[in-house]
Ligand binder design. Structure first.
Ligand code: UN1
Length: 512
């Protein structure tokens, strides 16, 4: 293995055979079936992981419940101190972990480092938050009464994450959940389990060093069946799930049946509107990274460009030129721009989407295709492609997790906004314009219907400080910054009577 991968794996505690079930520093032999993880970069086996069986799962959940009893009593700023140490530990392993993410998932090394940086940033955010878990106070309508609300820890939080951000999304959830006093049970994607195991090695030690119980950070592994255990378990009051809309509906339904809480961050079908007043240099750069970065496998990837007819041909030409300069290859080699898709199933989906687009009448602008030959032995490398299409095409309405970009023409801004909103998903959106009226219209209540709406920035690459998530089939959940922490706590309204009377609310008289 090149690029120092073997050394990084060793430093991160990854072996060729790994247990997949852990309560912190303790690893449980749960007798589940092992599954393997191989790199889409070179097709080589990274190692195997033992899946969590029912018994292993039970042991994890009961330990998590025990840990919650004491963790919730640790003052929040002290919990923040632990998260500060986690952030520091991540700083130390940034290169190794970034490399593993790049190797296991296929995103570029720079993006792997960026992902670990998001983890460090959310830890810093959570440390500050640990002194800011504010509730409001209200004025009571009754004399001699005081009313306020407080936020209490919720309990065991289940985290189901996707392959494309195999470590950052977990940290957005867990760093907040921990300062909120919750304990976490994480099921990483079965397509990127080693990244999860590496994180568990990093974090488990820190809780143990402080004499804290096993169970505050837990790991389970396996496919959707392990996810189902979490979704159906009423001992898990919150399940936070990131992934496809299909998966999210299953999780949401199962958690909803038991009236638990789910926090869903699902698919996007993100568009950039390019107006005649756009700075086209910026528009091209934003669209390019949005569409081909992470080989189109971000939930925030740019899938559609909605371009004004006046600039349509120019944008098309300049994009085609930019695409012709893209270098596709091993993501750990920093001279490459685009890495592989996650696996061969993803390659099939990419090919099927192209076939479907063509059968619906899409016009080829930049040709796609699967790459073969030297450097492409894994069979997971594809060429980013561009099609002229119409928004109502079934394939355009659908999120394909691959670098396929659709160009759509518009004549007036209201039409562009309607097209942008005219898909089932509602995650990220952007407008490229230097015209203040256009920008504000796009951001207004009658503008973009997405959870993220940007001006002169592409659709991907959100900062951790804002709430992250979207509307409609994106699931409605918000993770990461702003007040997303509230999802990880339970709100309690408290009314205290310090008078010597007992007046009823709403002026009701009830005297005997
Ligand atoms: C995802 O693809 O699930 O905004 C998360 C971005 C990243 C996070 C993406 N900060 O592109």
């Amino acid at each position: 293995k090149e690029f120092g991968i073997a050394q990084s794996l060793e430093r991160l505690g990854i072996k060729s055979e790994n247990l997949g079930t852990s309560t912190g520093t303790r690893w449980i032999d749960s007798e589940g079936q092992s599954f393997s993880s191989s790199s889409p970069a070179d097709g080589e086996l990274i190692g195997s992981v033992q899946a969590t069986d029912k018994d292993g799962y039970e042991r994890v959940i009961s330990q998590a419940q025990i840990a919650f009893e004491s963790w919730r009593l640790v003052p929040a700023p002290q919990r923040g101190e632990i998260v500060r140490e986690i952030g520091n530990a991540l700083r130390e392993v940034k290169e190794d972990l970034g490399k593993l993410v790049s190797y296991e998932m296929g995103k570029s090394y720079q993006e792997g480092l960026g992902e670990v940086q998001e983890m460090i940033d959310i830890c810093d955010f959570a440390v500050g938050l640990s002194r800011q878990l504010y509730g409001l106070t209200m004025h009571s309508e009754r004399p001699g009464h005081r009313m306020y609300e407080q936020w209490h820890a919720l309990g065991v939080v289940g985290i189901i994450s996707a392959f494309n951000f195999p470590v950052a999304v977990w940290s957005w959830n867990s760093a907040l959940a921990w300062v909120c006093g919750d304990v976490c049970v994480w099921k990483p994607s079965e397509k990127a389990p080693m990244s999860g195991i590496a994180c568990q090695h990093i974090v488990g030690k820190i809780f143990a060093k402080h004499g804290l119980p096993e169970g505050i950070s837990c790991l389970v592994n396996g496919d959707y069946k392990v996810g189902e255990m979490l979704s159906n378990d009423s001992r898990v009051p919150l399940v936070s799930a990131t992934g496809s809309t299909r998966m999210g509906k299953l999780v949401g339904e199962a958690v909803g049946r038991r009236l638990g809480r789910s926090l869903l961050e699902l698919g996007g079908n993100n568009a950039i509107i390019i107006t005649p007043d756009a700075d086209l240099d910026m528009a091209i750069r934003g669209a390019l990274f949005g569409a081909v970065g992470t080989a189109g496998q971000r939930c925030t990837s740019t899938r559609r460009l909605i371009i004004h007819s006046k600039v349509f041909d120019e944008v098309k030409k300049r994009l085609a030129l930019a695409y012709s300069k893209l270098v596709i290859g091993n993501p750990l080699d920093e001279s490459n721009h685009v890495g592989p898709l996650i696996d061969k199933d993803a390659v099939d989906m990419y090919q099927n989407a192209i076939k479907k687009a063509e059968s619906e009448g899409a016009i080829k602008v930049v040709e796609g295709g699967v790459l073969s030959g030297e450097g492409y032995e894994s069979g997971c490398y594809v060429k980013p492609c561009i099609y002229e299409a119409e928004n109502h095409f079934e394939i355009v309405q659908h999120e394909t997790f691959a670098p396929i970009l659709y160009l759509i023409k518009y004549e007036d801004l209201n039409e562009a906004i309607a097209l942008q909103n005219g898909v089932p998903q509602g995650l990220s959106s952007a407008i490229m314009t230097t015209n203040m009226r256009e920008a504000e219209a796009f951001l207004s209540v009658a503008g973009s219907d997405c959870g993220i709406a940007n001006v002169n920035i592409g659709t991907s690459g959100a900062e951790i400080g804002g709430a992250f998530g979207g509307e409609k089939e994106t699931g409605g959940g918000r993770e990461s910054g702003s007040d997303a922490w509230k999802a990880y706590m339970r709100r309690q309204t408290n009314t205290i009577n310090y008078s010597s009377e007992l007046p009823l609310a709403q002026g009701i008289k009830f005297d005997i």
